[in-house]
Design a protein around this ligand. Sequence first.
Ligand SMILES: [Zn+2]
Length: 334
Amino acid sequence: MQYPLVSDMDRKVFAEELEPRLPKKLFDAHVHVFNKDCFPAGFNLGEKSCYQKFGGEHRSEFCVEMYKKLLPGIDVTFNCFGSVNPVADREKDIPYHDNKKIYSMAVVSPLDSAETLERRLVDYKLVGVKPYPGLAGAAYGKKESDVEVREMFTDEQLEVLNRRKLIATVHIPRKQRLADPLNQEQMPELCRKAPNATFIFAHIGRAYYMQNVIGMLDKLAECPNAWLDTAMVNHMGVLKYAFDHFPNDRIVFGSDAPIAWLHGKSVEINNQYAYLMAEDYRIGTAIYDAEAACEFTTFYYEQLRAILDCGLTEKQINALLYENAARLFASVRV
Ligand SMILES: [Zn+2]
């Protein structure tokens, strides 16, 4: 089934379930934006990459249009970073930003010298950085899943982040994600090493099912500069657990657009999770509904629906969907 960008079903879900309960302002702290000219000539992300739906890229103008289509009447501010693919040119890969409605971060590899990184951050007026396990893996000749948190930044890079009081959105490595013992040790270590920087652990530490999150937030909760984003988490139990076990003023909403523009839902299956995909793109552990057994809505709406349905107060919802991120991003001096 070929889904349009916004289907009739999407419009119905928005009108009936989301719009009446959503605040009028939303801050999306986790968005990927890049033009395909950041890649070497002839490079292709692959036939099943979700970016193919958007022409092999995800342009800033397109992203702004999508917010208007998907969240009409809602004033959206967002934070974005370029492609985390190691072959992308990280200098060309810095998305448009105005530091009012759109913020941006530099994708960083351990191969980037602290001088290059600092110049990039200052010249482009960026609020922080986006490291990625794949970039550290490429730098150290390791598999992405074997990378350690402490390999994602060099000490010199951390010194820059700490001195400039910047933000890092960290997608943690390793198969067991949030529940990995090395990660459990090294995430608080990272926070302590750069106490003036802010570390947003993306996707609630990539915990998409209950067994992965239970008991795993306590050490991070004790670090005042550790934050969480909820990107791609549409599991009510995981969201509720995070709200019950982590300081609520340090959790921000993120969508992971453009993946979130696609139609599908992430589900817990026997202490694992999978993305049920309505559209034939591969995003990690994916199960494609080739026979169109269900009529889906977007991951974006499933994330908002789960947040609105997990029993939070209006105040908690406002803090998560707008206020926490607005306060944090506006506090960075660029
Ligand atoms: Zn992401």
